[in-house]
Design a protein around this ligand. Structure first.
Ligand SMILES: Cc1cc2nc3c(=O)[nH]c(=O)nc-3n(C[C@H](O)[C@H](O)[C@H](O)COP(=O)(O)OP(=O)(O)OC[C@H]3O[C@@H](n4cnc5c(N)ncnc54)[C@H](O)[C@@H]3O)c2cc1C
Length: 475
């Protein structure tokens, strides 16, 4: 097998993910006495997206995939990976979320090691730019490998596994609308080449306008997380999983807090409770309660960044359950003090507005006028200039906290090539394009995989199974 990776190292979105994998009927569930089955998992998976999105799901493909997911967990364990859980995530009726330990980088390392041990050649800085075709068959790829153009012939088939297009303004604006083009993908390398390659040979792409997000998220930390410094070899992974599964939650939670302040998004409830968003000049610019207009407006601000302003009342409120800033459900909850301690790059506190403004290089007078103008609406003296309604608490009591920079991001995209259950890519007439396969975000086949853990479950399941499909061609 030849793996071509455009970046200088393996990883992709999988490597920066939280690492949760959702599956029904797993060994981990049995060990905790949880009875579960894929049919019920499919029913619950359908409750995450709004009805108008869920109605576009490829029901038969998702049902089929979910019936394979538990075997994927066994297979990954067999490759030396370890999991914590399962954790609950409503509306799943039973706990189904399995979190890889210590982090999702472990998937990459275990898969790369297994693949190399089986004789695969992995080339980094090797970007596939074209699919090679002879008559009606895909026969190989053309790639830019460390500055040189090279052709590679495929004896069994070409598998597209190039991830999503959350950071492709071209695909996003073509399928979702030009207004969304300024919104970035969390993974800057998610530029949709796999989708372009599939399209170039006539593949049918499905659900390309459906995206996970946009959502407001804090910019990533510049410091490495502790999980990245933990050795990820097999004995350490096993030990960590054993500890994670046996230690009581009150010991585990502080350890995983950093995870919750890294990529999780600030809860909408903060705006419902009276927080405002300001830009780098200290000005308000949108109705903070209106999604996705809020995210679209954030992407139009200087440097595309925004900040949440909290006064003394909001700081007190967001310091204890049930009012948290962000969460990884059932794993941990992060409050104001957690951000001030763990994310000094995105959280600053001051007794006065002036100190806060200076800490983020804003004009204190502008910030003062922003809060006064908002308070005039709160006191009923005028309408809110951005159409906000239903707020009652003025912003006037210190101390103050500014959370940000936060940007509007697409987490991932839900569009992919139409495929068969053998992962063959289909054309517009519903016919397989010979020699071409797609997995992960390239081969979503019209499935809606909202909720935590289904995208990785699909990436791993489709990757495992396409290997079997191609191996069967040899026999
Ligand atoms: C912050 C974050 C957290 C997430 N957490 C979770 C989670 O916990 N659970 C979950 O289920 N989902 C999660 N997701 C989504 C999930 O991680 C992804 O959908 C999934 O991992 C995608 O896997 P993939 O193999 O399709 O793509 P990727 O993992 O992105 O791999 C694609 C690879 O192809 C390479 N590539 C692209 N184009 C080319 C080219 N032309 N030539 C050569 N190489 C190319 C890329 O560089 C990349 O390495 C998360 C997403 C984000 C952004």
């Amino acid at each position: 097998m030849l793996v071509l990776e455009k970046c200088s190292h393996l990883g992709g979105t999988t490597g920066i993910a939280v690492g949760s994998l959702t599956a029904a009927g797993t060994r981990f569930q049995h060990a905790k006495g949880i009875t579960d089955n894929p049919a019920e998992h499919d029913q619950d998976a359908g409750k995450f997206a709004a009805p108008e999105i869920e109605s576009r799901n490829n029901e038969s493909l998702r049902k089929w995939f979910l019936a394979e997911a538990a075997e994927t967990v066994d297979w990954l364990e067999g490759l030396g990976l370890s999991f914590y859980g399962p954790s609950p995530e409503p509306p799943n009726r039973v706990p189904r979320m399995h979190n890889v330990v210590p982090s999702s980088r472990a998937y990459i390392e275990a898969l790369a090691a297994t693949s190399r041990a089986a004789g695969s050649n992995i080339l980094c800085q090797a970007s596939v730019v074209e699919l090679l075709k002879e008559s009606d068959r895909i026969t190989g790829v053309r790639a830019e490998v460390q500055g040189q153009t090279r052709d590679f012939q495929a004896s069994l088939g070409v598998v597209l596994a190039g991830g999503d297009y959350a950071n492709s303004p071209e695909l996003i604006s073509r399928h979702k609308g030009t207004g969304y083009a300024a919104i970035e993908g969390i993974n800057t390398h998610s530029t949709g080449e796999g989708h372009h390659l599939a399209e170039s040979v006539g593949a049918k792409l499905l659900n390309m306008d459906i995206t996970y997000g946009p959502e407001l998220r804090f910019v990533p930390p510049t410091e490495k997380s502790w999980t990245e410094n933990v050795p990820r070899n097999q004995p350490v992974r096993r030990l960590l999983a054993m500890a994670a599964n046996r230690l009581p939650g009150w010991i585990m939670r502080p350890l995983v807090k950093r995870l919750v302040v890294t990529w999780q998004h600030p809860e909408d409830a903060m705006f419902a409770d009276g927080a405002i968003l300001i830009n780098a000049r200290g000005e308000r610019f949108c109705n903070e309660k209106s999604w996705p207009d809020r995210e679209l407006a954030v992407a139009q601000q200087p440097d595309k960044v925004s900040y949440l302003l909290l006064d003394g009342r909001l700081i007190e409120r967001y310091s204890a359950w049930p009012h948290f800033i962000s969460t990884a459900p059932d794993i941990a909850y992060a409050y104001v003090a957690d951000y001030l301690r763990l994310r000094k790059d995105v959280a600053v506190k001051s007794d006065g507005l002036e100190g806060l403004a200076r800490a983020r290089a804003m004009d204190p007078e502008v910030l003062q006028e922003t809060t006064e103008s908002f308070n005039r609406y709160l006191r009923g003296e005028c309408d809110d200039e951005f159409g906000r309604r239903g707020d009652s608490h003025t912003l006037e009591r210190g101390p103050w906290v500014l959370l940000g920079p936060a940007k509007a991001y697409f987490t991932t995209t839900e569009g992919g090539a139409a495929i068969t259950e053998q992962f063959q890519v289909l054309d517009h007439a519903g016919q397989p394009i010979k020699g071409l396969y797609a997995v992960g975000q390239n081969g979503l086949g019209g499935m809606i995989l909202w909720g935590h853990g289904l995208h990785i479950a699909w990436a791993m399941t489709s990757g495992r199974m396409v290997g079997q499909v191609l191996a069967d061609l040899v026999e």
